[in-house]
Design a binder for this molecule. Structure first.
Ligand SMILES: Cc1cc2nc3c(=O)[nH]c(=O)nc-3n(C[C@H](O)[C@H](O)[C@H](O)COP(=O)(O)O)c2cc1C
Length: 339
């Protein structure tokens, strides 16, 4: 049935009018709750069409939206479903994806199927992932070749190396960092022929580390900032005796906002960024992407985890809502100059 322009008697309209009267008392805001980060410009807006995109170049790839699926899992039974669903999403919507730690593939291909997602992604960017502790081990045993083999094995475009010293410290039997990380990384970069991204896993990094990374021949940095999933906390929860003396370290680190401000004050040197760690709402990602002066994507991990475990359809619906909200933000908001 076609909608008439004005049909005051229709049930829907009269119900809406009743709701308006009944819900008015619950619908008051106070000036103190305004989200003051953005200018809101209703006169420059049209609602996004379902096919609308936000073309986002990243490391030479073309993404349809500035969204990166941040590294999560691999190596256990559940990983396969999660990774395959995430990769299908990236394939369908032209996004990019980081695999979770591929450590289990260094010496064996038994769990390759968890990570074998290239078929879904087409030409979209896919990055393998390894912890710095493994980089050290491979450096000591002169086996960097295993990492080059790994990147080929999963048909990745490059490698993400995560630095997670506090997580390792909290983790029962966690790995120890024994060598100067910058020297190890430098040695690796001299022999790697693919793009390398460096990230943290939920505590971000400070100005000295960021500056040191900007001076290196890496492709980019994923913030992995404080404010979202926190692996020190997670490992502390896992350990049988939660260690009181370690607990204060759960809360050290740098938020994504702080890291963006640090990065804006440093010379960029051609790097690209994935803003991740606590991007709880699309508006958080939109704010920081607008603020960072260098090319960037918004990276999200945990928000995709639940839907990816349920089914591809659930994950897809979740993403459709997210990208619609992102497009609404792009079209109706802009960052206030003093922000
Ligand atoms: C279940 C899970 C597993 C993760 N595993 C890895 C990993 O293997 N390698 C890595 O670099 N980061 C890993 N991360 C960290 C994320 O990539 C991301 O930096 C962090 O979760 C912050 O993003 P969020 O707040 O959107 O979750 C993992 C995150 C989650 C939730």
């Amino acid at each position: 049935m076609s909608k008439t322009l004005y049909s005051p008697d229709s049930f829907e309209v009269s119900q809406r009018k009743k709701d308006h009267i009944e819900l008015t008392h619950k619908s008051k805001t106070s000036a103190a709750t305004v989200d003051g980060r953005f200018n809101y410009e209703p006169l420059f807006f049209t609602h996004p069409e379902p096919s609308e995109t936000w073309l986002s170049p990243f490391l030479g790839f073309n993404l349809d939206y500035p969204i990166w699926v941040s590294s999560m899992t691999g190596g256990i039974e559940k990983s396969q479903l999660i990774n395959h669903n995430l990769a299908k999403l990236c394939g369908e919507f032209n996004l990019g994806m980081g695999l979770g730690s591929c450590r289990s593939l260094l010496n064996s291909s038994d769990r390759l199927s968890d990570f074998a997602v290239r078929k879904y992604l087409g030409d979209q960017p896919l990055f393998a992932n390894i912890g710095y502790a493994q980089l050290e081990e491979l450096f000591s045993s002169k086996k960097f070749q295993l990492l080059h083999d790994l990147v080929k094995k999963v048909e990745a475009n490059g490698l993400i190396i995560h630095f997670n010293p506090l997580q390792e410290w909290f983790q029962p039997n966690g790995d120890k960092y024994k060598m100067n990380p910058l020297n190890t990384l430098k040695s690796f970069l001299e022999v790697s022929s693919y793009p390398v991204i460096i990230k943290e896993v939920g505590q971000g990094m400070g100005p000295k580390s960021l500056k040191a990374l900007l001076d290196m021949p890496i492709a980019g940095i994923e913030l992995g900032a404080y404010g979202g999933t926190n692996f020190s906390l997670l490992e502390n929860l896992r350990s049988a005796n939660e260690a009181e003396y370690k607990k204060p370290f759960i809360h050290v680190g740098h938020t994504a906002l702080e890291m963006v401000e640090i990065l804006n004050a440093l010379p960029n040197k051609g790097k690209e960024f994935i803003i991740s760690g606590g991007m709880k709402t699309v508006l958080d990602g939109f704010e920081l992407k607008s603020k960072l002066k260098s090319p960037s994507l918004i990276g999200m991990a945990s928000t995709f985890l639940g839907p990816a475990q349920e089914s591809y359809e659930v994950l897809r619906e979740h993403f459709l809502d997210m990208k619609e909200a992102l497009l609404v933000a792009k079209k109706i908001l802009n960052l206030k100059e003093n922000q």
